[in-house]
Design a protein around this ligand. Structure first.
Ligand code: PMV
Length: 329
């Protein structure tokens, strides 16, 4: 094989029931199952080119050449693909995202989902979504959910073979809108890979994990029944539970900024007044505000006027990770 190349696109996802902490850090077997919605407007496009003349793997993210931990994670995923395909060529990986990286929008989720799909195709493998989901999980846990579109559940499992994501409902099952309120564009100081390792130092993590089955069931049913009120209550509860664990870890993790809390309070007040909206926050200060389409425009303009809000990005449920034509990058 001299040069095998493929491009893929994948979307990040917003966790409605969060993954935080691992049973196995290396394989990223999560402490608990999780549920997410894949986001359509945000995307990562990745091209992988295996070439026998390369002497090492290379990675370019948003036009900046990468070394160190991010390249190492990419090499780990490429090594799995090389092993399955029985090839030894190194690869050139070029990736572009249309949203801020490392600021609590799951750039690693779309990144590793796109990488897994592009690399598998470039290596001439024809893998099923479950297999791609397991490979993406090794790069970043939440990436296993971005392999699928619409509403997705990651079955925690206990080992590499039984820890993968499945689609719960198609992307057009329920049009929820995610308004991502950006209050910080820079990189977070503690990434989620380090954060997951701290989860078990919080005395609250055990209780959070033990209660997961209840939250998953409520969330799954609320999605299937399109019951916004029930979804809103469990999504906010779950986000607060994860951040309570983060804030009580040793060392503690406080991802919020004052503007984060301003948005949280604002959203809660609007829901009290009858608007179908709720918040959820990943490992960063930006706030995902989920609403039904009726409220999208009114809510978006109100959020944009809040102090410290830099941008509001709109997304609907998005599709699965997929191959795109090569000139798509
Ligand atoms: O996949 P990671 O290692 O970036 O972890 C994601 C963790 C959260 O975004 C905070 C929650 C989740 O389930 O996506």
């Amino acid at each position: 094989m001299s040069n095998q190349i493929a491009s893929a696109i994948a979307h990040p996802n917003i966790a409605l029931i969060k993954y935080w902490g691992n049973k196995d850090h290396e394989l990223r077997i999560p402490a608990n199952g999780s549920i997410s919605m894949t986001l359509d407007k945000l995307e990562t496009r990745t091209t992988v080119s295996f070439n026998s003349s390369l002497i090492e793997d290379t990675l370019t993210l948003n036009q900046v050449s990468q070394n160190g931990p991010s390249l190492k994670r990419v090499c780990t995923v490429l090594d799995i693909i090389r092993k399955i395909a029985d090839i030894s060529s190194k690869a050139e990986v070029i990736s572009e995202s249309n949203f801020p990286l490392g600021a609590g929008i799951a750039s690693s989720a779309s990144g590793f989902a796109a990488l897994s799909v592009a690399a598998a195709t470039a290596a001439q493998l024809d893998l099923k979504p479950i297999e791609l989901s397991k490979i993406a999980r090794i790069g970043s846990g939440s990436a296993c959910r971005s392999v699928l579109g619409g509403y997705v559940e990651w079955k925690a499992g206990t080992n590499h073979d039984d820890s993968y994501a499945l689609q719960l409902a198609e992307q057009d099952h329920w049009e929820l809108i995610d308004l991502v309120v950006i209050v910080e564009k820079g990189h977070k100081t503690i990434g989620s890979t380090s954060g997951h390792k701290l989860a078990e130092t919080s005395p609250y993590q055990k209780a959070r994990v033990q209660d997961t089955k209840r939250r998953l069931e409520i969330c799954r049913n609320a999605i299937l029944l399109k019951d916004f009120h029930t979804l809103a209550t469990i999504v906010e509860e779950d986000s607060n539970m994860m951040h309570a664990v983060m804030m009580t870890s040793n060392p503690q993790l406080l991802y919020w900024k004052p503007e984060t809390i301003t948005v949280m309070k604002f959203v809660q007040d609007l829901r009290m007044e009858g608007m179908e909206v709720c918040f959820t926050i990943d490992a960063g200060p930006n706030v995902h505000c989920l609403c039904t389409p009726t409220y999208k425009d009114e809510l978006s303009s109100m959020l944009q006027q809040l102090p410290g809000v830099l941008d509001v990005i709109h997304s609907s449920p998005g599709g699965a990770a997929r191959i795109i034509p090569l000139n798509g990058v």
